[in-house]
Design a binder for this molecule. Structure first.
Ligand code: ADP
Ligand code: MG
Length: 241
């Protein structure tokens, strides 16, 4: 028996005044998996993620999360968290205040907030940094604060858009491992946007390679590398000709 997929996109399309964002996007994403949306700049990765998040509404197609048709649901009703390239932290708030901001908005009681904060800081290695301001942290630490904020939200689905691209190469490597460990330990479903094939191939169970608003191939990193659908896929993943 196979479990029904946690996230489903059915023939989703998005255009702006005739300008193509994405078209014919169909995906089935199992719960607890790590899916990378990979491809060159402008291929439609962020558009796909924003459609999933409810930050854009599709012109065609349907989107289901956890069995529920969310095609036209508000972003706030989709039970997911997001981590962006820019950390989107409040500069005037401390680490702790940044992490629990969403919980406060949702009026989660103080004791519960503190427990969740402690656990999220523990997981992200930020215990002891509660009172620092974002400006007093390194880029890697700031991205960990953004991860901690996603963790306290307690959602089973987390969408990440190029979360490492503002970090230098060394940090990128260590935060990459942090994200992977988090996803495994918490058993959450991650949909991860990147233009970096090494990142996608090393982190993801499933890679979705896109070009010009269309999916070129969906498969494991090994599938794409060993059996590319076309020369674009082969060249993008660096497979031998
Ligand atoms: P990626 O994240 O892969 O770099 P995007 O999803 O941001 O690509 O963009 C895909 C295409 O959609 C691009 O041609 C981009 O110019 C276009 N696009 C994205 N957002 C908008 C928008 N708000 N208005 C008009 N065109 C957009
Ligand atoms: Mg993008």
């Amino acid at each position: 028996m196979t479990a029904s997929p946690f996230v489903v996109l059915k023939d989703v399309a998005k255009r702006w005044n005739g300008q193509l964002g994405v078209e014919g996007i169909s995906l089935e994403i199992p719960e607890g998996s790590f899916t990378a949306l990979l491809g060159p700049s402008g291929c439609g990765k962020s558009t796909t993620l924003r459609l999933l998040a409810g930050l854009e509404l599709p012109d065609e197609g349907q989107i289901f999360i956890d069995g529920k048709d969310v095609t036209t649901s508000a972003a706030s009703d989709r039970n997911l968290s997001m981590v962006f390239q820019s950390y989107a932290l409040f500069p005037h708030l401390s680490v702790a205040e940044n992490v629990v901001f969403g919980l406060k908005v949702r009026r989660v009681p103080k004791k519960e907030r503190q427990e969740k904060l402690h656990r999220a800081l523990e997981i992200t290695g930020l215990l002891g940094y509660e009172n620092r301001k974002p400006g007093e942290l390194s880029g890697g630490q700031r991205q960990r604060v953004a991860l901690a904020r996603a963790i306290v939200a307690g959602q089973r689905l987390c969408l990440m858009d190029e979360p490492l691209s503002n970090l230098d190469a060394k940090l990128r490597n260590s935060v990459r491992k942090d994200i992977k460990k988090l996803q495994r330990d918490l058993g959450i479903t991650v949909v991860y946007v990147t233009h970096d094939q090494t990142e996608a191939m090393s982190m993801a169970d499933t890679v979705v390679l896109m070009k010009d608003g269309h999916i070129q191939q969906v498969g494991t990193p090994e599938n794409l590398y060993n059996s590319p659908n076309n020369t674009f896929v082969a060249e993008f993943v660096g497979a031998p000709p």
